[in-house]
Write a protein of this length. Structure first.
Length: 338
């Protein structure tokens, strides 16, 4: 049997193809009488919309792509995998398919996936801050996109980001509230915007409480959990030991905790540790990690909402998540000798 098309359904119902599409997608814009008539025909004939026909007729694929960076570290995937589950659910609810793909950059040449070049997606999601060359290459295809968990404060780019300065301030204030005055910092200066925000939150908290921090306690080369462990080892090799360490991401805190244990020190009795993100692994490290939570569920929900509105030519603005919720676990306590 020949597969029905939206055009044929429209002829049977005596309405336009656009009206049929509105009914199929559950949108407003047709009368109840038209909606009932079209729905009865679709149900009777067991019609399933053809994605290719829909693309040709309405210039829409109902696909959204997540464009990954191939350079993601293993523990970074934990943060984004939690986002993925939310994004998948939100896309299904809104009638969109989610495609996982990646772009590569070799010798300043950008290689975009075929689904982008074929205009087979209506919108694109970037996780984190993407390379400007990749972003500019995508712009040539005039496909709406959003930066999710961006660290940029640029209103020209549609984004949903967390207030990492507030998260850092909240985390360090927790340590100070426990009685800590000797607090080290571990971050990653290669993520320039993330580093500047988290360090500014750290700096604000320690300056408000007249904490004196030796230069050796400020480490900013934590490119991954292994590098974070090396940063912690450098801190522990100095003449003075901190009673607590703030790490600008949970993946760095996990590396720092490993180093502390390797130096035969106890957490939190000798050194308290706090991070940012609240990735799932925080509950299962020993001891469980105290961290400033980034609400990934809300971040994913808002990201899909903003992107679909942009796809539908609505005016939207970037959003900043409130990020001052601390999840207190067993990696922090009052210092032995405050």
């Amino acid at each position: 049997m020949k597969k029905l098309t939206i055009i044929e359904i429209a002829k049977m119902a005596g309405v336009s193809p656009a009206a049929v599409s509105i009914v199929i997608n559950g949108k407003k814009g047709v009368s109840d009488k038209t909606r009932l008539k079209v729905s009865e025909i679709i149900e009777k004939l067991q019609y399933t919309p053809n994605p290719s026909s829909r693309r040709l007729l309405f210039n829409k694929s109902n696909n959204i792509a997540i464009l990954f960076r191939k350079s993601l570290q293993p523990l970074e995937h934990l943060f984004y995998s939690e986002l993925n589950s939310v994004v998948i659910s939100e896309c299904e609810t809104r009638g969109y398919n989610l495609i996982f793909t990646s772009a590569s950059l070799e010798n300043d040449t950008v290689y975009l996936p075929n689904v982008i070049k074929a205009h087979d997606v209506d919108g694109v999601i970037f996780y984190g801050d993407t390379d400007p060359l990749i972003e500019n290459a995508l712009k040539k295809y005039d496909i709406p996109y959003i930066l999710v968990d961006s660290h940029l404060q640029n209103q020209e780019k549609l984004s949903i980001r967390a207030d990492y300065a507030a998260a850092a301030y909240t985390a360090v204030r927790h340590l100070i509230g426990l009685g800590h005055k000797q607090i080290a910092f571990i971050g990653n200066h290669s993520l320039q915007n993330h580093y500047s925000q988290t360090f500014s939150g750290f700096k604000r908290a320690v300056e408000e409480n007249t904490c004196t921090i030796p230069m050796n306690w400020i480490q900013f080369e934590a490119y991954d959990e292994n590098a974070a462990a090396s940063c912690m080892s450098r801190i522990l090799s100095g003449p003075l030991l901190p009673t607590a360490v703030f790490c600008s991401a949970d993946i760095y805190a996990i590396g720092a905790m490993r180093s502390i244990k390797e130096h035969n020190l106890k957490i939190p009795q000798d050194i308290s540790v706090v991070g940012i993100d609240d990735i799932l692994l925080c509950q299962y490290v020993e001891p469980p990690l105290t961290t400033a939570r980034i609400d990934k569920r809300e971040m994913g929900r808002m990201a899909i909402d903003l992107l679909i509105k942009r796809i539908e030519d609505e005016t939207v603005e970037s959003k900043v998540l409130i990020t001052d919720t601390l999840v207190v676990r067993s990696s922090t306590s009052a210092p032995r000798n405050p």
